[in-house]
Design a protein around this ligand. Structure first.
Ligand code: ADP
Ligand code: MG
Length: 377
């Protein structure tokens, strides 16, 4: 019993964390779908183990997520006119308005250049590209290093209509209607593009949509075929069309051949190097008040080799939480005048000690190997 409970709890917490990350990036549709997933799992937990003491906490979280979903929906997250059959989508694919800029993406110089070459320049000056440009762009690399962030920032950069799809969730939700939904998604993007605005269709966790699988249900095969057909459509038919399909995956090796071929451009999003680690720590550290003068960011960067960007974000957040916790341990709740003590180098060192990188060096090696074999353009 406790095993299933544990697994489900982990799943719920994963979805919630992802939701909060998307939320931070202004990817409301994605955030909503992940909050919904977290709610589903927590509800299931409560019904499976009605007597468990944690249920009160779960219900509390469910309430919070529901509230946040309501708020997000209230912000008019998408432009309704862009969907002909809007209600069919039931909030699953939204036209997002990302709130991140190019400069919020630290490091990744090569990846940014690759995006400029394959999306930004062709969009600005299609006349410079008589041979066309890649419409399928694959961002791959370890989790938490900026694939989603970069895709969102690219959309901001060229003021593109940004359609964000979470492959893992549409596989289950679109079943039955998947071909039509895929066709309509591309149709909408084409319409937008014909009206002069570029469109980026972003598919996160691409591998769960188009992986190599042995036992597939018919629906999945048809959906995949529809995707490939649509991708061929944006490549061949119309040179002027500015519709780009950007896919992201942590598991490039599980994409199959025919699908991979359609992603002519493959961009590796690696873990941050020394300088990027320093800049990421600084960027997120800057948002905290009261950083002590002894906090040595270059030194912290040296000590955080192997950490992903999102690990570094977590480190900064944990450091902050440590100081907040101390505050509440030594002050009464009614004390509203006292302030947080400043953050010290030793706080960072303590957190780094207990939080290890989330991606193993072994796994990192796999990406390089795959890239060697499959790099393109
Ligand atoms: N290159 C980066 N620069 C700054 N922050 C980053 C970077 N990459 C990731 N992050 C942080 O980690 C979070 C998760 O990153 P994300 O783009 O979702 O990773 P991925 O899609 O590669 O798994 C981001 O919201 C951001 O806070
Ligand atoms: Mg991501």
């Amino acid at each position: 019993m406790s095993l299933a409970l544990n697994e489900l709890e982990k799943l719920a917490s994963k979805s919630a964390t992802e939701a909060i990350t998307f939320d931070r990036q202004g990817l409301k549709g994605m955030a909503i779908s992940k909050y919904q997933r977290a709610i589903e799992i927590l509800t299931k937990l409560c019904s499976l183990y009605p007597k468990a003491s944690q249920n009160k906490v779960y219900l509390e979280y469910i309430g919070q997520y529901q509230k946040r979903i309501k708020e997000l929906k209230g912000y008019a997250p998408y432009e309704a006119e862009s969907w002909k059959n809007e209600q069919k989508y039931d909030g699953k694919v939204l036209r997002e308005k990302p709130q991140v800029n190019w400069k919020d993406v630290i490091g990744l110089a090569d990846a940014k250049q690759a995006i400029r070459d394959s999306i930004i320049y062709p969009f600005k000056r299609p006349d410079f590209f008589p041979l066309g440009w890649p419409r399928g762009i694959l961002l791959f690399g370890p989790p938490g290093c900026g694939k989603t962030l970069l895709a969102a920032a690219t959309a901001t950069e060229i003021d593109a209509a940004f359609y964000c799809i979470d492959a893992a969730s549409i596989m289950s939700k679109w079943l039955g209607e998947s071909e039509r939904n895929v066709a309509q998604l591309f149709e909408t993007a084409r319409l937008v593009s014909e009206n002069g605005q570029p469109a980026i269709i972003f598919i996160d966790e691409l591998d769960s949509l188009i992986g190599i699988r042995s036992e597939e249900v018919g629906g999945e095969v048809r959906m995949r075929n529809q995707f490939m057909k649509e991708m061929d459509g944006i490549t061949d038919k119309n040179k002027k069309l500015h519709v780009y399909l950007v896919g992201a995956t942590n598991k490039p090796w599980s994409l199959d051949g025919p699908f991979l071929r359609r992603f002519q451009k493959r961009i590796f999003i690696p873990i941050p190097d020394l300088k990027s680690r320093r800049d990421i720590l600084k960027l997120y550290g800057k948002k905290l008040f009261n950083m002590g003068t002894n906090v040595d960011f270059p030194e912290l960067a040296k000590r955080s080799h192997g950490y992903s960007a999102s690990d570094l974000y977590d480190v900064v957040q944990a450091v902050h939480l440590k100081v907040v916790r101390e505050y509440f341990e030594s002050h009464t709740l009614s004390d509203t005048k006292a302030t947080l003590r400043s953050i010290q180098m030793s706080d960072f060192l303590a957190v780094l000690e207990e939080r290890k990188p989330s991606v193993s060096m072994n796994t990192l090696g796999l990406y390089e190997k795959w890239y060697e074999r499959f790099k393109a353009l």
